[in-house]
Design a protein around this ligand. Structure first.
Ligand code: UT7
Length: 313
């Protein structure tokens, strides 16, 4: 497995957000751990960012785009309604394989990993590229201080090969759009009862917080039990970067040291399904991630979806 990532050029600090909404750097840092985030601007595109992350993963794996058998793009809000962002990325890479998008909110990387595992295990693919490409800034409500301060844009990629690292994975979904949702712009069908107006991101933060804390620990303990591992045997717990307090609650329940819980939320905010692959790519870059290490991944998000996996790098 090899990871890559790409970030938009524009850094937006907490201080800058005070121009849009009634907030402070102190509130954001204290309640979330976020200090800045990257936001797509100018002519940057989701597929452009995704292709850049993919190229880094391919180069680290020492293979070319022609060697990939499948592209799974995880995106909460693709570049277009169609074609799939995976196809836009495929074109930019010069790959010739099939590709499709999956949307499991912020849990998208784990859902993509599960599909990848099935395709690799069945022999339908030998090398598969997962690209998590997210532009939440496009659906964010920039007038709502309780949500717009939380998110950032990014892309993270993982090149997966047959017979590699995934030890166990558990996924769940509990359908509920009331807690966290966004509507795209509608068409103008005369057959619908009423036209659905576009609606920016809405989130009941406290409900998601409760869901995250209870499910993350349960998922992590379940995958540890499935793999016969104790928390001590795990090198890193790579968790969804939604809130430092959620990560810390999971850490406290597992009674493990802070160094085992890498974070990048302070610099990137919540980049939805890109959080985990971006963090793994950064850990490759700075040498924290070494071959053979045992990782637990865990995420939750819109759906509501959640899941965890044990991966040996
Ligand atoms: O990827 C999955 C998606 N999301 C998540 O994982 C989010 C999970 N939830 C959270 O991270 C937290 O619930 C939040 C960060 C969203 C909110 O933190 P909180 O500590 O739960 O704050 P709260 O919602 O209880 O709000 C406390 C106060 C409220 O004011 P009053 O009613 O006490 O006067 C809010 O209006 O803080 C206010 N507030 C803010 N104040 C300054 C909310 N957002 C802000 C803000 N700046 N940005």
């Amino acid at each position: 497995m090899a990871f890559g990532h790409a970030l938009p050029k524009r850094v937006v600090t907490n201080q800058e957000l005070t121009a849009f909404v009634d907030t402070t750097d102190e509130w954001i840092v204290e309640h979330t751990g976020i200090r800045s985030r990257r936001v797509m601007s100018g002519r940057e595109t989701v597929s452009g960012l995704g292709a850049k992350a993919a190229k880094m993963a391919l180069s680290r794996a020492g293979i070319t785009a022609k060697d990939i058998d499948y592209i799974i793009c995880s995106t909460s809000f693709g570049e277009m309604t169609f074609p799939a962002t995976a196809c836009l990325i495929q074109e930019k890479l010069g790959a010739t394989c099939p590709g499709l998008d999956v949307n499991a909110g912020c849990t998208g990387f784990l859902y993509a990993l599960d599909l990848a595992d099935a395709l690799l295990a069945s022999g339908k693919a030998k090398r598969l590229l997962i690209v998590c490409a997210e532009q939440i800034s496009r659906v964010a409500d920039w007038t709502d201080r309780s949500t717009c301060v939380l998110f950032g844009d990014a892309a993270g990629a993982a090149l997966c090969e047959a017979g590699e690292g995934l030890k166990t994975i558990r996924l769940s979904a509990k359908g509920n759009a009331n807690i966290l949702h966004a509507w795209p712009e509608s068409g103008n069908s005369p057959f619908l009862a009423e036209a659905q107006a576009a609606q920016p991101l809405f989130m009941n933060g406290q409900e998601v917080f409760k869901f995250a804390v209870s499910n993350s620990s349960r998922d992590i303990n379940a995958v540890l039990a499935d793999s016969g591992l104790t928390p001590k045997a795990v090198d890193y717990f790579v968790l969804h970067q939604a809130n430092l307090r959620i990560i810390d609650a999971a850490r406290a329940r597992l009674k493990q040291p802070t160094e085992k819980f890498p974070v990048n939320i302070q610099d990137h905010g919540n980049t939805s399904s890109a959080c985990i692959p971006v963090l793994l790519s950064e850990m490759t870059e700075d040498g924290r991630l070494q071959r053979g290490q045992m990782l637990v991944l865990s995420a939750f998000g819109a759906g509501l979806t959640n899941g965890a996996a044990v991966l040996q790098y």
